[in-house]
Design a protein around this ligand. Structure first.
Ligand code: UD1
Length: 416
């Protein structure tokens, strides 16, 4: 079992280059099945979830080669074989393979997707949208079987701006015939990145970044070369790390607008924030104040993925505040672990009441990807030594978090 060991109370100073975006590249990898050709994807982060996605591609008969941060995918020989359920269950984002596999193969069977255990995470919005577009859907146990009956363009109004469902509809509608419109679509920057990638293959997708997306289906897609956007949640992680541990940090390669909901909260809590066209500076005050209320919401709201990170900052701040989690019903597992480090947190349904405290080192366990990162952030601010167990969760979304924090002056190491 792998763990991260941190000796807290070292301030962080320096520059960090933000990695390519996990939540953008996973649907882009799935989209690479659509053109039946070569896709050169630059700025691809080397992550466990990316490796799992590559394994799914390989099971389907495509090939993928990593060269530095460039991933070259050849989907010309896909075989439409059924993917091992255990592999599909290993990551939540495997659900975005449904759209492309249906599009290329006419049928797809998946087990209910796995991934980090942060609530029920159903896929009913994906499936009812597919049905409206002419797909027959059958569910038996945790198996979902989809078969294209007569694929056609459709007007789809989402009951919630689901990121995954918006992506899956775009992926299914890109090839074939007809015009599909998505209303109340997710507006996350990662949706814009998927649109840009699809259009780099010759697709005709418009409106991503707004609540209304239009997809004009085309007959064929071409080879593509694309550079993935940078990871706003990795940037939020480093911003929170500095806010909690102290110090000064320049984050390079991140558009300030992507993380403004996070940096604005840090700024209002006493941090210095400066925005440049492609980088962001964060300077910590001697002790950060506790924001009074943070509510997660669909973009441009506060990202659910940064909720645990901000909880760590609040745990070692001065004052008290409330976090309201509006996206997932069960995303406070890290609170129990933070309490082991001395955090004062009370959970009541979807609300977490946090009072700033002096944290001390201890042994804690990651429950999911972002809770693991949040525990590392808290450990950086805690007096003494902390061990974060189940560090494999962190590997799902961070390309060398330990090495990067070490380069900024943290006393941190990976141990077995
Ligand atoms: C969500 C986040 C995304 C984040 C990702 C990884 C939002 C809106 N989405 O995306 O920013 O990067 O997790 O942590 O913040 N739901 C249904 N039925 C469905 C699909 C979703 O009820 O078919 C519900 C989910 O249970 C959840 C909410 O809608 O409560 C958000 O789902 P969705 O945006 O689809 O989740 P992800 O795509 O995983």
């Amino acid at each position: 079992m792998s763990a991260v060991k941190v000796s807290g109370k070292n301030k962080l100073y320096g520059n960090i280059k933000i990695q390519g975006c996990k939540n953008a590249v996973l649907p882009i990898i799935a989209a690479s099945l659509l053109n039946g050709g070569e896709n050169i994807i630059h700025n691809c982060p080397y992550l466990a979830d990316v490796i799992a996605s590559i394994k799914i591609l390989e099971e389907l008969g495509a090939s993928a080669v990593f060269d530095g941060n460039t991933l070259v995918i050849d989907s010309s020989g896909i075989s439409c074989r059924r993917v091992e359920p255990a592999l599909m269950k290993s990551l939540r984002s495997s659900v975005v393979f449904l759209g492309p596999v249906l599009s290329r193969c006419g049928k797809a069977a998946v087990s209910m997707p796995g991934g980090c255990d942060i609530g029920k995470r159903p896929i009913d919005i994906h499936l009812t949208s597919f049905e409206r577009m002419g797909v027959d859907v059958e569910c038996a146990g945790d198996e979902v079987t989809c078969a294209v009956n007569k694929l056609h363009g459709e007007r789809i109004v989402l009951p919630f701006p689901s990121v995954g469902a918006t992506e899956n509809i775009m992926l299914l509608a890109a090839l074939g015939r007809g015009v599909t419109t998505i209303h109340n679509a997710a507006r996350e920057p990662e949706i814009v990145d998927l649109q840009n990638f699809l259009n780099s293959m010759g697709a005709r997708v418009f409106g991503a970044g707004t609540g209304n997306i239009t997809i004009y289906a085309v007959d064929k897609l071409t080879d593509s070369e694309y550079t993935v956007m940078t990871d706003r949640i990795e940037a939020a992680t480093f911003a929170c790390a500095v806010a909690a541990a102290g110090g000064e940090l320049y984050m390079e390669g991140i558009k300030p607008g992507y993380i403004r909901t996070v940096t604005n909260i840090l700024k209002n809590s006493g941090a210095a924030v400066a925005e440049y066209p492609d980088s962001v500076y964060v300077g910590a005050p001697s002790q950060i104040s506790c924001p009074q209320l943070v509510s997660t919401g669909p973009y441009p709201g506060f990202p659910t993925d940064a909720q645990s990170l901000l909880m760590s900052v609040m745990s070692c701040s001065k004052g008290s505040g409330v976090i309201r989690e509006n996206i997932f019903e069960n995303r406070f597992g890290h609170a129990q672990e933070l309490r082991r480090l001395g955090a004062d947190i009370i959970i009541d349904g979807r609300s977490a009441y946090v009072r700033g405290a002096a944290l001390t080192g201890g042994q804690v366990t990651a429950r999911d990807l972002r809770s693991g990162a949040a525990l590392v952030v808290a450990a950086l601010a805690a007096e003494g030594e902390t061990t974060v167990e189940k560090a494999v969760y962190i590997d799902r979304g961070y390309d060398d978090l330990v090495g990067k924090l070490g380069s900024l002056g943290a006393s941190i190491e990976r141990v077995n």
